[in-house]
Design a protein around this ligand. Structure first.
Ligand code: 5U1
Length: 675
C-alpha cells in the first residue's frame, strides 16, 4: 500500500513527540503531559502503524516489546570489561584510598564525583550510530548475557539517542533497578497469587530483566540510571566524569539527580552521611555511595588492579539484612482489632539500629514462611518499613518445633476472633469492650496530628483504661482534676497541665477531628479531603457511599467505612458528647478553594535537623502542599540548611536560591495553616 507523505510525516511527528515526552518524564523527571494524554499519543501511533505496517521503524516507541520469547540468552563479550568496585566500610579506608591515589598522581588534593550505589543489576548498553544495538548484563565482567530485547522494554532507556553529536559507538554502563514502591506492590500481588516473593529489590530487578519472554520484563516497574561508559569510538568525550554524565543526559540517557562533585575526601564523607540519613526516604534501595576521581586523565594514569579501578571506590552502608533467632511469637491487638503476630528476636543490630521485634503480618505469611519459635531467621529493615522476617534457615531449626497458629480468642479481652472473607487479618470482636482497642483508639485520638493532647502519652492512657476511667474516648473530657492527680506518677502540677492541654485541644479543625475519630481507612489525607469537600460534619454524616466515591481520591472501601461509622449509634453518641464537652472547629476554615499554604513550593532539606527527623520534616512539608526534592536547582524555592550542611548549601548560594536555617524553617511550619 502506498503511504502518502502526509501520513509518513504524521507518524514521524508522533514518534518524535512520544520520544520527547519519554525524555522529559524519565530523564529530566519533569513530565510535560498527564499519563492519559501520553497514552492517547501512543494509541494514535499504534493505530497508524497497524494500518500501514511499512511505517514501523526499529526505533519506534511501539517496538519496545515485540520479539518472540527466547529459549536461552546468548553470550555477549564486552568490548571493554565491566569492572567491579573495591569496597570501603570505614572512613579510614576511604582516606587510605585517597592517600594512595594522591601519592601515585603526585598531587595534594583530588576532585571526586560522588554518586549513589544503586542496589540493582549492572548492564551495558551499546549504541551504534545512535541506535541501541545490544543490552548485556555484567556477567563475570568479561562477558554477560544478551538482554537486548529486555532492556528495550524499559521506557527509561532510549532506543535512539537524542541529537546528532554522539560518538559512532557508545557503550553506556549503569544499573537497572526496581524502585521500592513497585517492589512492594509486586510482592503484594505475588502473595495474593500464592507465588514466591522476591527477597529484595535487587533480586526483583535481576529476575525481571532476565526473562526469556521480554513482554514479561515490559510489565515490571524497572528503571535505569547511567553511571559510566565502556567502548567509545568515533567521537570525543569531556575530560571530567561529571561532564560525561551531563553529556549522556543530553543524549537522552537518564542519570542520577543525587550525583555531586566535591573537592576532597572530607566532602566525600559528608556526602556519605547526608545520603545515609536520606536512605530510608529514597524511592529506591542503595547499598552505599561511590567516589570516583573526576578527571579522566587521572583515572587513566591510575588504571586498574585486578578487576577494580584504582580511581573509584564504593563506601558501603551497614547491612540491612542480618541473622538472628526467634525467641518467641506474641500477638498484638491494634486499634481496629486486628491481631498481628510479632516475632520477638534475639537483639541484633541492623543498619545501626538494634532490633528486637519483627512483624510476621498474619497467619498466611507465617504459613508461607513457616516461622517457628526457635528458628534462625534473616531479618530485614528497609525504608520506613517495620523490620520483617525475610525467611527461615530450615537447616538451623532445632528439633521438636511446632508450626505457629494464631490464638482463637483475643489475648487481651478473650473475645472470639474472626477472619472476614477476603481479608488476610483476623480481628478481635470485642470492639471498644477490648481494652487493647480502647487504648489504641485513645492514644490515636490524643496524638499530635489528631487532637494534640500534650502529655497524654502511652503510660497515662494505659492507666486510664486499666482503671476503667475511660470507657469511651469522650470520657477523657469529663475526668476531674482529682482523678487526674490520683493517677500514678501524676500530681497536682501534672494534673493542671493535662487539664490545660485538654482545654486547648477542644479548639481544633474538622480535618483533625475526623482523623482523630479513627475511622478505618481515614488517614490524615482522606480526613483533609473530606473536610475540604464537605466543609461541615453534618454533611459528611449525611453523605452516601455514592456521594463519597465521587470525590477524587476517595475509594469505595473508605466510603464504605465512613458511612458505616456514622450509621453506628454509639459513634454518634461519642461525637455528641465530644461536642457537648466543648470540642469545636470553624466549619468554613477548610473551604475547598483554599490551596494548602505551601502549594507549589519546592524545598530541599540539607544537613542535620535537630528538632525533628528529616522524614518528619518532609512529611510536614508535603502535608502543607510543598514538594521536597533531593537536589538544588533554579526551580528550588527554599533550601533548609541544618547543621553541617554541605554542597547543596553551596549550590543554593551559587544559584541565589533562598536559604533558611532550622529556626526559620520551624517557624514557617508553625505559621503555615494546615488545611
Ligand atoms: N554509581 C555507581 N555505581 N557503580 C557501580 N557508579 C558505579 N561504577 C561502577 C559500578 C560497578 O563501576 C565503575 C568502575 C565503572
Amino acid at each position: 500500500m502506498k503511504i502518502s507523505p502526509k501520513i509518513q510525516k504524521q507518524a514521524a511527528q508522533l514518534r518524535e513527540t512520544i520520544n520527547e515526552h519519554n525524555y522529559y518524564y524519565y530523564v529530566l523527571d519533569d513530565p510535560l503531559l498527564p499519563d492519559s494524554e501520553y497514552d492517547c499519543l501512543m494509541r494514535e501511533l499504534q493505530a497508524l502503524e497497524e494500518k500501514y505496517p511499512a511505517l514501523i521503524t526499529p526505533d519506534s516507541p511501539t517496538q519496545r516489546v515485540g520479539a518472540t520469547p527466547l529459549s536461552t540468552f546468548s553470550e555477549v563479550v564486552h568490548a571493554i570489561p565491566m569492572l567491579s568496585l573495591g569496597n570501603a566500610f570505614k572512613d579510614e579506608e576511604v582516606q587510605d584510598f585517597d592517600k594512595r591515589a594522591r601519592a601515585r598522581l603526585a598531587i595534594d588534593s583530588i576532585e571526586y564525583a560522588v554518586e549513589l550505589k544503586l542496589d540493582g543489576l549492572a548492564v551495558s548498553l551499546r549504541y551504534e550510530n545512535g541506535l541501541l544495538v545490544t543490552g548485556a548484563t555484567r556477567g563475570d565482567g568479561q562477558s554477560g548475557e544478551d538482554v537486548t530485547q529486555n532492556v528495550k522494554t524499559l521506557k527509561t532507556i532510549p532506543v535512539r539517542l537524542r541529537g546528532d553529536d554522539y560518538p559512532r559507538v557508545l557503550e553506556v554502563r549503569g544499573e537497572v533497578f526496581m524502585p521500592k514502591a513497585g517492589f512492594n506492590k509486586w510482592n503484594q500481588q505475588k502473595i495474593a497469587a500464592g507465588e514466591k516473593v522476591w527477597a529484595n529489590p535487587r533480586n526483583a530487578a535481576a529476575g525481571s530483566l532476565r526473562q526469556l519472554d521480554a513482554s514479561r520484563t515490559a510489565n515490571r516497574p524497572l528503571r535505569f540510571l547511567s553511571y559510566a561508559i565502556g567502548e567509545v569510538e568515533g567521537g570525543d568525550l569531556p575530560n571530567r566524569h561529571s561532564d560525561i554524565l551531563q553529556r549522556l543526559q543530553a543524549w537522552g540517557l537518564p542519570i542520577s539527580k543525587y550525583s555531586e562533585v566535591v573537592k576532597d575526601t572530607q566532602a566525600c564523607l559528608d556526602y556519605y552521611q547526608q545520603i545515609l540519613e536520606q536512605r530510608d526516604s529514597l524511592p529506591f534501595e542503595i547499598d552505599g555511595v561511590v567516589y570516583k576521581i573526576n578527571q579522566i586523565n587521572q583515572q587513566e594514569t591510575l588504571g586498574f588492579v585486578s578487576r577494580a579501578p584504582r580511581w573509584a571506590i564504593a563506601h558501603k552502608f551497614p547491612a540491612q539484612e542480618v541473622l538472628t533467632q526467634v525467641v518467641d511469637i506474641d500477638v498484638q491487638v491494634g486499634r481496629t482489632g486486628a491481631l498481628t503476630p510479632v516475632a520477638r528476636l534475639a537483639p541484633v543490630n541492623v543498619a545501626g539500629v538494634t532490633i528486637t521485634n519483627a512483624t510476621l503480618h498474619n497467619q498466611d505469611e507465617i504459613n508461607r514462611k513457616d516461622v517457628r519459635v526457635g528458628d534462625t531467621v534473616i531479618v530485614r529493615r528497609a525504608g520506613d518499613v517495620i523490620p520483617e522476617v525475610v525467611r527461615v534457615l530450615p537447616k538451623k531449626r532445632p528439633k521438636n518445633t511446632q508450626p505457629y497458629v494464631l490464638p482463637k480468642k483475643c489475648p487481651v479481652c478473650d473475645a472470639e476472633v474472626v477472619r472476614i472473607k477476603g481479608e488476610a487479618v483476623v480481628r478481635c470482636t470485642g470492639g471498644l469492650f477490648c481494652a487493647a482497642q480502647r487504648k489504641q483508639a485513645l492514644q490515636h485520638f490524643a496524638s499530635r496530628r489528631a487532637m494534640e493532647i500534650d502529655g497524654l502519652g502511652e503510660k497515662l492512657v494505659e492507666q486510664l483504661i486499666d482503671k476503667d476511667l475511660v470507657k469511651s474516648i469522650a470520657d477523657i473530657y469529663t475526668l476531674t482534676h482529682e482523678q487526674w492527680a490520683g493517677l500514678e506518677r501524676m500530681g497536682k502540677k501534672s494534673a493542671d497541665k493535662i487539664m490545660k492541654a485538654l482545654e486547648k485541644s477542644k479548639s481544633t479543625t474538622l480535618a483533625r477531628f475526623l482523623y482523630a475519630l479513627g475511622i478505618r481507612e481515614v488517614g490524615e489525607s482522606t480526613a483533609r479531603i473530606l473536610a475540604q469537600h464537605f466543609i461541615s460534619l453534618d454533611k459528611i454524616m449525611e453523605a452516601t457511599e455514592t456521594d463519597l466515591v465521587k470525590i477524587p481520591d476517595i475509594g469505595p472501601v473508605a466510603a464504605q467505612y465512613v458511612v458505616a461509622f456514622f450509621k453506628e449509634s454509639h459513634n454518634m453518641e461519642v461525637i455528641q458528647r465530644l461536642q457537648a464537652a466543648g470540642v469545636h472547629w470553624v466549619e468554613n476554615e477548610a473551604a475547598p478553594s483554599k490551596a494548602p499554604a505551601l502549594a507549589g513550593q519546592t524545598f530541599v532539606l540539607t544537613g542535620t535537623l535537630i528538632s525533628m527527623p528529616r522524614r518528619t520534616a518532609k512529611a510536614r512539608l508535603e502535608a502543607l502542599g510543598a514538594k521536597v526534592s533531593g537536589s538544588v536547582s533554579k526551580k528550588t524555592n527554599y533550601v533548609v540548611a541544618g547543621e553541617k550542611a554541605g554542597s547543596k548549601l553551596t549550590k543554593a548560594q551559587d544559584l541565589g536560591v533562598k536559604v533558611i536555617d532550622e529556626d526559620e524553617f520551624v517557624a514557617l511550619l508553625e505559621i503555615s495553616p494546615s488545611p
